[in-house]
Design a protein. Sequence first.
Length: 392
Amino acid sequence: MSNLIRANLDRRSFLIGSGAMAAAALATSATPASAQLLAASPGGRRRIGSFHVTPIALGCMNAAWGFGPPMAKGDAARLFRHAADVGVTMFDTAEAYGAWLSEEMVGEALAPIRQRVIIATKFGFAIDSRGEITGLNSRPDNIRRALEGSLRRLKTDYVDLLYQHRVDPTVPIEDVAGTVADLIREGKVRSFGLSEAAAATIRRAHAVQPVVALQNEYSVWSRDPEVEVMAVCEELGIALVPWSPVGKGFLTGTVRPESRFVSTDRRSTMPRFTPEAMRTNWEVVELLREVGSRHGVTPGQTALAWLLHRRPYIVPIPGTTKRQHLEQNVAAANVRLTAEDMRDIEQGFARLTIVGERGAPGVMDLIEPGAKLGTSSRGTNGTSPLPRRAAA
């Protein structure tokens, strides 16, 4: 797809009909599964599988990796513990974040209060002895190896939610789901999730082991799940856990068009964060600022509130390294956007042009068709091969 992504791409069909957009954005599809996904108000507890969590969770990647040098482990642990103290109940990490560092930070922070929190982590990458990611690996033996390391670093004997980090095109998703089902029976895992998966793969996995959460990128300026993913979430009763819900910081207004990124910051490789792209994309920040000013909140808080108002099964996981931003994120659950606010955001966004893909080419290549804008998995089995018994 061209780096110039027209904001009206795949959007008009969502602006009309099926109660999905505009003034109807406050309504929820009344399918039996989604009707049980709770939260009549944006700030109410939300359900992920058997867990009831606060509507804003904490992404724990930023402290260890991705946007510059990692925090000191003790400082990160104190930040995460403060998050629990102000009410955050779910913490999201992965073995790949900082090559195990994020999990160590989470373990140090949360081990003393383990029974009070929900911990989610991920497997699915091949990581060498130096901590370098060398590819994908969701073979059953690697899933078990990854989980044992995660349990040790997290200082726990079970993980509440275990995600496949990316769909592995060499391993049948049924084998992945079956391995996680075995780990659930063994008491080491409580529930199963997928990340950046599309409808075809979700359905195949769900038939083996219920998928309770889908962690795909979703925000005001990254609408990819609206193509096909949200419909399957509603049908099957799956929570959508948006990563990068404030656009890797851009939607907060603190990353400005003149900002420049060091080589260790992943945004330095992203087409959406070139100086030219940011100058054009700044209009979406101004849109959020205008709507947020009606409620006395920041653009970032408006972006999070927008997600919470979109569907009652959405649980964003913003990450941060600063206590002030953490508290602002948590407070976004109390922002009550009106139907007019939601309509103004939709209509304003439809007039904008967002420049640049949401991720670097190599990163986008790991995302399934149907989980990214302008693609679909309809009529396919996804990118995961079929099991031999099914292919025969």
